[in-house]
Ligand binder design. Sequence first.
Ligand SMILES: [Zn+2]
Length: 272
Amino acid sequence: MAEQKSGKEFSNDSLTRLNISIDAKSLMEKLSYRPEAIEIVEDKLRAFCPIHQDKNFRTFTVDLKNNHFKCHYTQCDGYKGGNLLYLYSIVQKVSLGEAAMYWSKTLNIPLEEVKKEGAALAEEEETSAAAPAAEKTVKENHFNKGVSFYTRNLLDEAVKEFEIAKTDDPDKELQIHNMLGLCFMKQGSYDKAIDEFKKGLQCKGYEEKEYNGLQYNLGRVYEASGKMKEALEIFQVLFKKDPKYQDVEQRVKKLEAAEGAPAPRKIKISYV
Ligand SMILES: [Zn+2]
């Protein structure tokens, strides 16, 4: 472990792969953000800047398509922006190499080391055949691989990984249904997505925030598929539980307004 300090350099390819596999929201939560302090709309995450620590404005955004952040406050060190590994390294005050190693370990995504002269080749190949303890790692791999494919928009590949993870790793059942739902939603297979989110909601024994996330996604897919009444119902349930949850308040208002709209028009028509 001693050599693991900070002297390692990793290939850009593997850093890019790792960066894109990080779930931006989880990273923000790691930096002690409460989920309600994070807002995600479409492909943008918005929050108070963890670098210059603003309290009044959400100047800080992460583009979820490529996991790049930017702070819009010109005096901030984050103004130039960068990837999430860089963000993690400045906020946690660690080197970029340490940040990369932390996320590599957390997500179980290997990094390729750039060899410096004299570096020992031997330590690289640690895949000895007999390792019963590795089984858990393999299981987690399918889920993380799925997430990684999902973030790169390789949805068929992602679905395959999540299907394997489903039979392999029952502990993650709720999260797997959620991810499958997100994959199908992106593919436009709304009925399949609805089915997955509903299955996820039936899983027992998870934290409240996991169910909130599923309800939110279920509401979104109802909305996307034109089932506005169902969407409104589910957003209202979520809004009652947690009025500050993401943009649920705006969604309820918008849908309520739309709901009320058709009625007067009908009356008008009958007068013409
Ligand atoms: Zn900032």
